[in-house]
Design a protein around this ligand. Structure first.
Ligand code: NDP
Length: 489
């Protein structure tokens, strides 16, 4: 499939297949990849990979591992930089593809693709920058060297909500530090991963170093997780799948890291700039249709400003333009799938039954093209013990929890099994300092949205949100290299 084809307004369905040992291979069945903004638009036809294909990909990665581990740092730099440059150069076209298959707006999708390219460029220079350490021994005539080596074959298992940036922030450091990769993207978003693999396949990377398998998680993902030849698994997705992966990796002694969901609080205090608070709430809770692990789905608001905040937020939400992801006017696209839409609607019903007041939204919307359109939903009069405040919904649904003061706001913010991101809107430097120190989230945002972190900064959560070392930035080295301590002169 060429660039020209991708750029057409109504392009033919892409033929998507897996990349194993440098070859595009046919799988077992064909599955359609549907545009959630327009269910008549088939973005791609996926040739679905099998367990045997995943095993072949792992074998290819294993065979390629010694060569790539020994490759010159300059070779690794050049290849990763080339991959990053092509992704950045094609960000409009690839952003359009991402928006078509996932449903986030064109602006969000293009930005995501550009960050994915930038991540390759950031990690391109890591091989050239890699340093070792040398310690002075307590014994004479002995040096102690700490060297970093690749871990071997790494399995990367990624979710549907960031089809470009999450594969990039795992694959770029994995390759930079000399590992071989088997990437298994979520079934809902094969096209972005395929486009990404197509670029990598022409980058000069030796065959087998990067492999892509497009197939179901329970079969292809499980094969990666269970394989004794996969030394490490980096996973982003739901808690339920993360726990299964953890058990399998522990059982066979494999290294693993998990980034899972969130139920992130945005605290709005009595001295808050309310315009800023509403902007942070709309961006944090509703952009990308709320389908972000960092989404601020719990809005914890001081009594003194509660009514004014809710009124302003409701007015803004009523005006939010929900529509086709490819329409430049759209502010919020559809939700990703029928399954996710059903989950969102079921939680809206649960909220009603729990006694929360659905102030607005939660309605299926009709648009010129049939898609999974849901109006942004806002619950008020909620308490933190309700299921809608404890369980991740992963849709355009937020709740307001009224609190008396800062102390109660902090307690409510931390009263969750998750701990990914947390935000506070206030002008008080003392409360800001206190919140920074006492929030139990891995990432804290002051006077801004809880979602939309810098691509070059570490990414991490606490409690049920994450397990293992943070991702990205200098922390990536901890996961993608193994230390060796050498004694001798
Ligand atoms: P899932 O956990 O359903 O799937 C994630 C990935 O795991 C998919 O590629 C899936 O494949 C695969 N998978 C499923 N079962 C297995 C298995 N048994 N063995 C190995 N792999 C498997 O999550 P979603 O894709 O639905 O993503 C949404 C979730 O991800 C939300 O809970 C969200 O909070 C979380 N998330 C967390 C982020 C973070 O950094 N903390 C960032 C983004 C999302 P398949 O699609 O084929 O089922």
């Amino acid at each position: 499939m060429t660039i020209a084809t991708l750029q057409q307004d109504a392009p033919a369905a892409l033929q998507l297949s897996s990349l194993v040992d440098g070859e595009w291979i046919d799988g077992r069945d064909i599955a359609p990849n549907i545009n959630p903004s327009d269910l008549s638009d088939v973005v791609g036809e996926v040739s679905v990979a099998t367990r045997a294909d995943a095993e072949a990909a792992i074998a290819a990665a294993k065979a390629a591992a010694p060569g790539w581990a020994a490759a010159s740092p300059y070779v690794r730099f050049e290849i990763l930089d080339r991959i990053g440059s092509e992704i950045v150069a094609r960000q409009d076209e690839l952003g359009r593809l991402l928006a078509r298959e996932e449903g986030k707006t064109l602006a969000e999708a293009t930005n995501e693709v550009s960050r994915a390219g930038a991540l390759f460029k950031v990690f391109a220079s890591e091989p050239l920058r890699a340093t070792g350490e040398r310690l002075t021994s307590t014994r004479p005539n002995i040096d102690v060297e700490v060297v970093r080596e690749p871990v071997g074959v790494v399995g990367l298992i990624t979710p549907w909500n960031f089809p470009a940036s999450i594969p990039a922030w795992k694959a770029a450091p994995a390759l930079a530090y000399g590992n071989c990769v088997v990437l298994k993207p979520a079934e809902l978003v094969p096209a972005s991963a395929w486009a990404f693999a197509e670029i990598i396949s022409r980058s000069g990377l030796p065959r087998g170093v990067f492999n892509l398998v497009l197939g179901p998680g329970r079969e292809v993902g499980q094969a990666i997780v269970d394989s004794p030849d996969v030394a490490a698994v980096s996973f982003t997705g739901s808690q339920a799948t993360g726990r299964k992966i953890a058990q399998a990796c522990v059982a066979r002694g494999a290294r693993f890291q998990l980034e899972m969901g969130g139920k992130n609080p945005l605290v709005v205090l009595d001295d808050a700039d309310l315009d800023l608070a509403v902007k942070a709430a709309v961006e944090g809770a509703y952009f990308s249709a709320g389908q972000r692990c960092t989404a601020s789905s719990r809005l914890i608001v001081a009594k003194a400003v509660h009514d004014r905040f809710v009124e302003a937020l409701a007015a803004r939400l009523k005006a939010l333009r929900v529509g086709d992801a490819l329409d430049p006017e759209t502010e919020m696209g559809p939700v990703v799938s029928q399954e996710q839409l059903d989950i969102d609607l079921s939680y809206i019903e649960i909220g009603r039954q729990e006694g929360a007041e659905l102030l607005l939204g939660g309605d299926l919307l009709t648009r010129p093209k049939t898609g999974f359109y849901l109006s942004p939903a806002l619950f008020v009069g909620t308490t933190n013990d309700m299921r809608i405040n404890q369980e991740e919904i992963f849709g355009p649904v937020a709740t307001v929890i009224q609190v008396d003061d800062y102390e109660e706001a902090l307690a409510v913010a931390n009263d969750t099994g998750f701990g990914l991101s947390a935000g506070i809107v206030t002008r008080d430097p003392k409360r800001i300092r206190h919140f920074k120190a006492h929030s139990q989230a891995g990432m804290v945002v002051i006077n801004g949205s809880t979602a939309g972190m810098d691509f070059h900064a570490p990414f991490t959560g606490r409690k049920g949100s994450s397990y293992g070392p943070p991702e990205r930035s200098y922390f990536a080295r901890e996961f993608y290299t193994a230390a060796k301590i050498v004694y001798g002169s």
